[in-house]
Design a protein around this ligand. Structure first.
Ligand code: AMP
Length: 422
């Protein structure tokens, strides 16, 4: 009879989520720093909203007929009986925060950015997660199509600065509340004629929101959608004008683009401009970022009549195609032997860190030889050797790991050697 206890089952991360481990976090930090620096340069400021919000914010904002709201939200009732949702996207939170804090009464431009996790209960696959991260950018109160083009140019600059190649900018206009109803009516009539060729989901969309059929990934639905009428022939004068000017500003900014007449994007709130930047390096989920204008959300939320435009960029997708490697930091490894040396080593770690030198001292009780080979393996730039003999003399050995040169000196002089060679 076996007396061994059964192996304990390991706890794993939830499906559709993933850990960003120290080995890959450097690239995340680099992208985040690049994005923040660039956005600040264009007059944007960070706005951090809570991870969860009242469910009706997204029902009202994102839209009741969207896939996000109908199928993908992480919604629960909290202990106070409120319906809460983990944010599936960021735009409604920004609109809410502007109204709640009356930010529109302040003189600062209403230009905001944020980087953080979003949550959607979608089918996990390559490029699609249940917790994923977006770089989000929003502008309020600027109606002019010049801002539509500038925001696209800013996104394009970010991608270029990060070395993204093979990206293509797609643009369209989805009209407004004045011209879209006539289009939806015709679209509904066309979809009705081919109802049997559409998936059950799209059959439902015929009544609720026929534009959403364009989001469907089912091949037969895509084939049918390609034959539906195009919104461009239905745009009112104002929307047509806006789109023409948007395109000419894109030319002015030097951004190549393609007009994609079926680009409606998966959200209900868009008005006029929609855009997407896609990359051939991504596979089936090829959208790196998407955005558009949403001129009705603020007034629909009971706020002032402020037009708005924004985009969201998927961090996981972006990082999956980046070739950049973050630079390895140059650091000092402090190797100590014995109790007195450990105390001195701690003092040195504090001293060097205060002087701006990244320093590592480990408390594992390794031999000096083992500490040297460990410093080598970790890629330390220098090793400081602190032993009893060194403490007695008040002189310490500093080894430059790149050249193998060794210097014996006081800590202050060694600091100078480090700073001169850094
Ligand atoms: P959306 O908010 O749906 O307009 O998406 C904007 C961008 O976020 C997309 O272009 C993707 O890069 C990214 N994204 C959206 N959904 C997911 C997801 N489930 N997993 C990973 N990235 C996503």
């Amino acid at each position: 009879m076996s007396t061994s206890t059964p192996a304990k089952k390991e706890i794993a991360a939830i499906k559709g989520t993933k850990d960003i481990l120290p080995g890959e976090v450097g690239i995340w930090q680099k992208v985040e720093a690049e994005a923040k620096g660039l956005f600040e340069f264009y007059g944007y400021r960070e706005l951090r909203a809570p991870v969860f919000e009242a469910t009706d914010l997204f029902e009202k904002g994102t839209g009741e007929t969207t896939d996000i709201v109908t199928k993908e939200m992480y919604t629960f009732t909290d202990k106070g009986g409120r319906s809460i949702t983990l944010r599936p996207e960021y735009t409604p939170s920004v609109a809410r925060a502007i109204i709640e804090h009356r930010l529109y009464l302040q003189p600062d431009p209403l230009r905001f950015y944020f980087i953080g996790p979003m949550f959607r209960y979608d089918k996990p696959q390559k490029g699609r997660y249940r917790q994923f991260h977006q770089v989000d950018v929003e502008v309020f109160g600027e109606k002019d199509p010049a801002i539509d083009a500038e925001i696209v140019e800013m996104a394009d600059t970010l991608l270029k600065n990060l070395g993204v190649q093979n990206a293509e900018t797609l643009v369209n206009s989805v009209g407004c509340r004045a011209c879209r109803p006539a289009y939806s009516k015709d679209l509904r009539a066309h979809a009705e004629k081919v109802r049997d060729l559409l998936c059950p989901d799209c059959q439902r969309k015929i009544a609720t929101n026929p534009l959403r059929i364009f989001d469907c990934k089912v091949e037969s639905c895509r084939e049918q959608a390609a034959r539906f009428p195009k919104i461009s022939s239905y745009l009112c004068r104002e929307c047509r004008d806006h789109f023409t000017k948007f395109c000419s500003y894109l030319d002015l900014f030097g951004i190549p683009y393609k007009v994609e007449p079926n680009l409606v994007r998966g959200l209900d709130y868009y008005t006029k401009t929609t855009f997407e930047i896609v990359s051939s390096g991504l596979g089936a989920q090829n959208a790196l970022l998407g955005g558009g204008r949403y001129d009705d959300m603020m007034k629909d939320f009971g706020g002032p009549d402020l037009s708005a435009i924004g985009f969201a960029l998927g961090m996981e997708r972006l990082i999956s195609i980046l070739k950049i490697k973050p630079e390895k930091s140059k650091f000092l490894y402090i190797a100590t032997l014995g109790e007195a040396a450990k105390t001195k080593g701690i003092e040195f770690a504090r001293f060097f860190r205060r002087q701006g030198v990244e320093s590592l001292i480990e408390f594992v009780g390794r031999s000096l030889k083992n500490q040297m080979s460990r410093a080598n393996k970790l890629g330390a730039a220098w090793v400081l050797i602190v032993g009893e003999e060194e403490i007695r003399k008040g002189l310490y050995q500093l080894k430059d790991m790149a050249t193998g040169n060794q210097n014996e000196a006081k800590a202050e002089d060694l600091l100078k050697i480090i700073c001169d060679s850094a």
